[in-house]
Design a protein around this ligand. Structure first.
Ligand code: COA
Ligand code: MG
Length: 293
């Protein structure tokens, strides 16, 4: 049973040669070179060059994705032309609101793959959902192409679209529906759900808590914006010691119950049946990275 997914998705502004170089040596699961809103308008062209070059560089085992402009933007074609090359694992498509946005980019990717003799479908797609419309369409967006690998929540644009007139950091309640809805939409097509970035660079404990909450909601990955966030995100996605201890008790007690012909038992005063045991087993797999008897 493999339930390990890409946890750390690090955004790197494409025009910053320094950050791009640094990212190539970092222990993250995915590097997302950004060509969209993290790059000022007068740096777009140089960002495309820096990113194209970086895709050809040797790197840590991180997969390399590029965030491109929205399908509805005039810049999508030039972005794709610059970055489709060996070394590109996938595209994070900004501001996806319709199935047609995915279909359009899927077709463009197929043509570009053909032109450089890459197998068709090799380049994956992650849809960045960052509007009310995108959220409502998320279940069909998730099923729009065989390239789809994940759904990612863009919380800042979503908050803007929804008219959240606050800049206070605690948005947990306001974003609950969006985070939950996105995770369900991703799970409905067996895609990875990737949670929003955490913007408070000095609050590692807050990032651990937010990541733990993301795991509870069904996310298995999280956007990062700074290398210092890697440790907290890994920590947040791992089960706590208490969870591991409970899971062990559940697995042992259930095995004993099964041996007596029962499909249900009680652990720590709580009923335990099959789906709960299965969750306990998966949690132990997540904890070990390999599995447990
Ligand atoms: N990727 C790679 N390296 C990064 C990085 C990133 N996202 N963020 C910071 N670094 C590097 C810095 O270059 C610096 O490297 P050095 O030690 O070799 O000099 C080191 O990490 C420490 O950086 P620090 O000085 O603490 O941060 P900063 O003030 O340079 O940058 C931000 C802070 C927020 C501007 C920067 O982290 C950033 O641009 N993050 C990405 C934001 C983004 O992409 N937003 C859009 C998507 S949500
Ligand atoms: Mg955005």
């Amino acid at each position: 049973m493999s339930i390990q997914k890409e946890r750390c998705w690090l955004f790197v502004p494409g025009h910053s040669q320094k950050m791009v170089d640094k990212a190539l040596g970092l222990d993250v699961d995915v590097i997302i070179f950004d060509l969209e809103d993290g790059v000022p308008p007068d740096k777009k062209e140089s960002a495309r060059c820096v990113v194209a070059e970086a895709l050809g560089q040797p790197a840590s085992c991180a997969k390399r994705f590029v965030r491109v402009h929205a399908a509805q933007s005039a810049m999508i074609q030039v972005d794709l032309q610059a970055i489709v090359r060996p070394g590109l694992a996938g595209v994070v498509l900004s501001k996806v609101e319709e199935v047609e946005h995915i279909e359009q980019v899927d077709t463009a990717l197929s043509a570009l793959e053909k032109s450089i003799v890459l197998p068709e479908g090799e380049i994956k797609l992650v849809a960045l959902v960052e509007s009310a419309r995108g959220l409502v369409q998320a279940p069909v967006i998730a099923n729009a192409s065989s390239r789809m690998a994940g759904l990612m929540l863009g919380a800042e644009d979503y908050a803007l679209d929804m008219g959240f007139l606050t800049l206070m950091p605690d948005e947990a309640d306001a974003l609950l529906y969006a985070r939950s809805g996105l995770a369900v939409a991703a799970a409905s097509q067996k895609l990875q759900a990737i949670d929003k970035a955490f913007l408070d660079l000095d609050d590692a404990a807050g990032l651990v808590r937010e990541t733990q909450r993301a795991r509870l909601l069904g996310f298995s990955g999280k956007c990062l914006i700074h290398p210092a966030q890697i440790e907290a995100v890994h920590k947040g996605f791992l089960p706590t010691e208490e969870e591991v201890a409970i899971a062990r008790r559940i697995v042992v007690a259930f095995a004993a119950a099964e041996a007596t012909g029962s499909g249900v038992t009680v652990v720590d005063g709580r009923m335990v049946d099959l789906p709960i045991v299965e969750r306990a087993r998966r949690l132990l797999v997540l904890n070990n990275g390999k599995g447990e008897d």
